[in-house]
Design a protein around this ligand. Sequence first.
Ligand code: 3HC
Ligand code: NAI
Length: 679
Amino acid sequence: MIEIDNQPVNATSQAVRAGLLAAVEAAERDPETGAVVIACAGRTFTAGGDISEFGKTPLLPHLPVVLNRIEAATKPVVVAWHGTALGGGCEIGLAAHARVMAADARIGLPEVRLGLCPGAGGTQRLPRLCGVVTAIDLATSGRMMAAEDALKSGIVDEIAHGDLRAAALARATAMIGAPLRRTGEIPVPDSPPDAVAAAEARARKEARGRIAPERIIGLIRRAGIVPFAEGLAEERATFFELMATDQSRALRHVFFAEREVGKIRDIEGVNARPISRIGVIGAGTMGAGIAVALLDAGYPVTIIETDVAALERGRDRIGALYDRMLASGRLTAEDRALRLSGATFSAELADLAQVDLVIEAVFEDMAVKKGLLVRLEAVTRADVILATNTSYLDLNEMAGVLARPQNLVGLHFFSPAHVMKLLEIVRAKRTAPDVLASAVTLGRRLKKVAVVSGVCDGFIGNRILAKYRAQCEFMLEEGALPQEIDTALETYGFPMGPFAVQDLAGLDIAWARRKRLAPTRLPDERYVPLADRLCELGRFGQKTGSGWYRYEGGKRLVDQAVTDLILEHSRAIGMERRQITPQEIQARALAAMVNEGARIVAEGIACRPLDIDIVMINGYGYPAWRGGPMHEADRIGLPAILKTLKPMQTRDGPAFEASALLVEIAAEGGTLAQLNIRG
Ligand code: 3HC
Ligand code: NAI
């Protein structure tokens, strides 16, 4: 039995590779050893290469060499997969002569998520076991596969329902003396060409600007064409080539940044308050989604609405969310029933007397929220955590009505709340450290990427979004059309351009907000009234059949009426329209985000630039392979960002004045990344 012990995730660092090689060789030499089982200590089998070593010169022995040695062994080698056998961890198993998997284990080749291809035989061995179609699916999506599916597809030989190591040992022992099945010697099985084409098409569609998926497809296809050793060499070369790309650097930054955001200096060592029962107030769009997110994580939830009729509508909304999961096969009928059994519905605030946390998702109205908080504080325990899902309202003002303002925190979920990974945790001036720690713990339990934000209008994400959108609207006035801007930004990597997104979400809510804020707008602020014009015409987006576009039979179409409206507007304000290139659109959109991001960091609203990257990627569709706007700004250089900002400044007035922090760092020749120290 060879046991790898390099916790937490048993990454294949140099010492592990060297140890594994030495152990396999020793086993080969040892006359007492008839067969070998490779297992891992701790919570998981190897989760792959040590990502913190990536980009540095790899130290000997290289993993492919170790794996070739395992495959060539004359004694049977069996892996015992538990937890998540990922990347190099999966590849160790593929090189073994048999694979036994715990019933709850999962395997995967997530290298693509780091902008890489598998680097230790994954693209060459996997298709030999399961065929090209499944191999393309797994390696280009990076998704994890459950044991049952791995067995069905031929990747594993056995599922251990009891003692995994004992099962692996029994299998290895039974294999002694029998001919060994070496994966590299198995021919790649034939696959129906149309199924391969469909798998490739799916992968290409999901790639959206990422280069690794196409390279992975190429390597997997080569497995059936070139000799095994040649395929391995091509894979290794591609792995290092991809490692040196900006995309892989960016995705590695994202990997570590997503883990770093949860580490907040102020709450290190602070004990979170225990949370076992939760109340949700308001079962509208957000409340229903939040309730589902909580129920999915196993919390009992009490859902409160204003009256019985609203409560019924809320119950239907939650049921409908589960129905959709059921219809798409993501949930079984039993799971649906089990999760719903955790929900209690009530029209009485007093039913929250014993909960540990209340999340309110009522109308976005300060007076409504304040009134509710006062009543809530009166019926709940003194140590209850009160959370608001407000998108914009001032938490410090809200806290002012509470006798215990330290209990208030913002939990800003994104729509749909049970799907979107981002959670902004808003820390008000008086939020207690243990309340903040509890929110971070909750975020982890909900499997969200939780980023801490200070209080400001729109917090981190919506504040940046406002500047990004404003910049796009400026470009409408100056010469671009919505479809040109959307196409440029979709080419940049956003799944949807800003105008298509607005049509999808509905233009009316933002319109109502703009009308509310109109009296406080600065007189010299550049304001583009085009969205208001659309709303005045009843064009609220997809739900009314038209907005920035026209919609017919589910298709998005360019609308001449919108073009005319924009041209007329430019004329009316005396703006001479000019051609705006896709490059300019992309540069200005990025500069607007980076500039506001730098202000947010300078004001202490975000802990570090990396928090901004993670918010924009997980909440707003910013392409992960660019690493987030702040990472991308460092890549192209801050002087270039400032140069883009300058013409924006002269035209735009104070709204786009360059952030002092940005100017300062650029002057010193520094980078935003240097501010990525523990927040
Ligand atoms: N290398 C280095 N560190 C890693 C790591 C890796 N492959 N995987 C996880 N870690 C670190 C994390 O940064 C974290 O460190 P921290 O506590 O200091 O923040 C710690 O291990 C625990 O990780 P998580 O917080 O992510 O723990 P979870 O239990 O939530 O998730 C996991 C575990 C599913 C294994 C997840 O960590 C994961 O997906 N890891 C990455 C797996 C991966 O991408 N592997 C492929 C690597 S590339 C490769 O193998 C190349 C090969 O083909 C040659
Ligand atoms: P919604 O209008 O869909 O739902 C609000 C619900 O609250 C309604 O069902 C209403 O009956 C209920 N309600 C109002 N007052 C109540 C009270 N006193 N007691 C109990 N229930 C009450 O609104 P939506 O979109 O769900 O928004 C809720 C909150 O979430 C707002 O603060 C909003 O800014 C925020 N938010 C909204 C997002 C979105 O995309 N819709 C995204 C993130 C946050």
